[in-house]
Each structure stands twice: as structure tokens, then as C-alpha cells.
Design a protein. Structure first.
Length: 114
């Protein structure tokens, strides 16, 4: 999880907004704006479940204007067909790049070099 430059303020503001009854996309847009102000431009998605949680998080990030990277071998789904759908069919609609863990590690190491 990436913390905003304001610590947990974003999460608390989104929770307050949710209690007031605003739509989920409005809460997500607030949180995205806060992180962009901190200079965050890219989102790398990994985890469970590729065809639900990873897709929805990645789509929100893409809609907020982030560069989205989906890590193929660091996501999972209940069935192989769901993984295929997430990576081969749906992924190209929201991810700017679909890569392997080795690709991400190489990119992070290169970015960390002075």
C-alpha cells in the first residue's frame, strides 16, 4: 500500500465521505488526487484475485490517470480461465504494461541507481 504524503488523512477523508453517502468513484478520485500531489505517477498491481480485486483497483488507477503495470506472475485467480481473462482479455484495456516480477525488479533497481 502506498501512503500519501499526508499519512492516513486520505483514508480517513474517504471514510468520512462514505458516511455522507457519496459515490465510491468520488472517494477514489479524492484519494487519487492526494497521491498525485505527492508525485506518485505509477501503480504496480499484484495480489488476489486477478479477475476481480486486481482488475477493479487497476481500472480505478487508470481512470485517475496513473500509469498501471499488472504483474502477471504475482497475481492469482481461482481458475486458469480467470487468469487468462484478467491478463490476456481484460488487462490490455486498463494496464499500460503487463510484465513479470523479474521485469519489475529490474526496473526498480534501474530507477534506484543514481
Amino acid at each position: 500500500m502506498v501512503r500519501s504524503r499526508h499519512g492516513d488523512r486520505c483514508r480517513h477523508t474517504c471514510a468520512r465521505t462514505a458516511r455522507r453517502g457519496s459515490a465510491p468513484h468520488q472517494r477514489a478520485r479524492h484519494c487519487g488526487t492526494d497521491r498525485k500531489g505527492a508525485g506518485i505517477t505509477h501503480v504496480v498491481t499484484i495480489g488476489l484475485l486477478a479477475n476481480t480485486c486486481i482488475e477493479s483497483t487497476s481500472r480505478f488507477a487508470m481512470e485517475l490517470g496513473y500509469h498501471v503495470t499488472l504483474v502477471r506472475d504475482a497475481t492469482a485467480a481461482v481458475q486458469p480461465a480467470m487468469m487468462h481473462a484478467a491478463h490476456e482479455l481484460n488487462g490490455p484495456a486498463f494496464a499500460h504494461a503487463i510484465v513479470t516480477t523479474a521485469d519489475v525488479v529490474t526496473a526498480f533497481k534501474a530507477a534506484a541507481r543514481p
